[in-house]
Write a protein that binds this ligand. Structure first.
Ligand SMILES: C[S@@+](CC[C@H](N)C(=O)[O-])C[C@H]1O[C@@H](n2cnc3c(N)ncnc32)[C@H](O)[C@@H]1O
Length: 335
């Protein structure tokens, strides 16, 4: 069957979330790539420390995958109220006291909470544009082959977004239009009318360092593969977290910090010390546990890997908690 080329946003929407889409099928994201939530319970420990510091007793995980972060949080603190928001259905092994909201359309009123979105925004579908001799043009894609062709001009609102956040300088330069992610994040901020903190963790870039040819890519079974939006692979691109931050502020965020995972985990967890060598003889199990915690922290903070992930923290209705208290309304960008 021949399928007409469409814009990348529409093609990705169908491939990831359409009937039998990539994210609706078993076995879920963990079979295809490794997020911080899969890598170590230390990531959950940092989230729990943040909730504790903010005095928040409810954690909402948006784009919760198969509930890995929620399970780790439950193991750490059985008093936390836990909510997962996910396009996919409720995982079978999730404890009954964890709420699972099965949605795509938008976020409900979440009251007051710590909202966490780990690798959610990079999966909010976006259009791709390229600069040509004739001006900026949308890129269309054949959903079955991944073959690209030139489409028409983007809408004025998308051209305005590009102008503000990702100007295309040379013929051949490409960009992903992050506007749907800004809107998703603004909605996340708006879902906390009772106040709280929202945290987005993702691979990202900021205006001063956008990649000239964009970052659209795909993963399947742990490998980078050609981006073909046929539902067989994850389609993803880095997030313009500075643009999301501005959208969050416009939606009511009252303080902002944009930092990286390396600094955030060090601030929340402190140093994870190497186990004393004598423990290897006197308490081998503790020694091995200490070694594995060190290895996990190294993975979560690795340069060129998860450590470079952006942490966008915004509070609603007050300041950010320690250790992020320095953020002000305009946003403090510490990258
Ligand atoms: C890359 S996975 C990350 C999963 C998990 N947060 C983790 O860190 O392992 C992105 C998840 O976001 C979910 N998702 C994407 N858009 C969503 C939306 N609008 N509402 C709820 N879930 C969404 C996808 O189904 C997918 O499970």
């Amino acid at each position: 069957m021949l399928v007409d080329p469409v814009g990348w946003r529409e093609a990705t929407e169908r491939a990831l979330y359409g009937e039998d889409g990539f994210y609706l099928r078993d076995p879920g994201p963990a079979a295809h790539f490794r997020t911080s939530a899969h890598a170590s319970p230390l990531f959950a420990a940092a989230v729990a420390a943040l909730a504790d510091s903010a005095g928040l007793r409810r954690v909402v995980d948006v784009g919760a995958g198969r509930g890995e972060l929620l399970l780790a949080l439950r193991a750490l603190d059985d008093g936390l109220a836990l909510v997962g928001v996910e396009v996919a259905g409720r995982p079978r092994d999730l404890p009954d006291d964890v709420t699972w909201l099965h949605e795509l359309g938008g976020l409900p009123d979440l009251g007051s909470a710590l909202l966490v979105a780990n690798e959610w925004l990079d999966n909010v579908p976006v259009d791709v544009v390229v600069r040509t001799e004739e001006g900026t043009r949308l890129v269309r894609v054949d959903p079955e082959t991944g073959e690209e062709s030139l489409g028409g001009e983007p809408s004025q609102v998308d051209l305005d977004w590009l102008d503000r956040w990702w100007p295309l300088r040379e013929v051949g330069d490409r960009a992903e239009i992050g506007r749907p992610r800004d809107e998703a994040w603004a909605q996340a901020i708006g879902s906390l009318p009772g106040g709280g903190v929202a945290l987005a963790v993702d691979y990202h870039h900021v205006r001063a360092g956008r990649p000239p040819t964009g970052t659209l890519t795909a993963y399947r079974a742990g490998r980078l593969v050609p981006a073909v939006p046929d539902g067989s692979c994850d389609i993803t691109s880095h997030v313009a977290l500075d643009a999301c931050s501005a959208a969050g502020t416009a939606a009511g965020a009252t303080a902002t910090v944009l930092t990286d995972q390396r600094h955030a985990l060090s601030a929340l967890l402190g140093e994870v010390e190497r186990p004393r060598p004598d423990l290897a003889r006197t308490a081998p199990a503790d020694y091995l546990l200490g070694l594995s915690r060190g290895g996990e922290l190294a993975e979560l903070t690795e340069t060129g890997g998860l450590g470079d992930f952006g942490w966008l923290l915004q509070s609603v209705g007050g300041r950010l908690p320690p250790p992020f208290m320095t953020g002000d309304r305009e946003g403090s960008h510490r990258l």
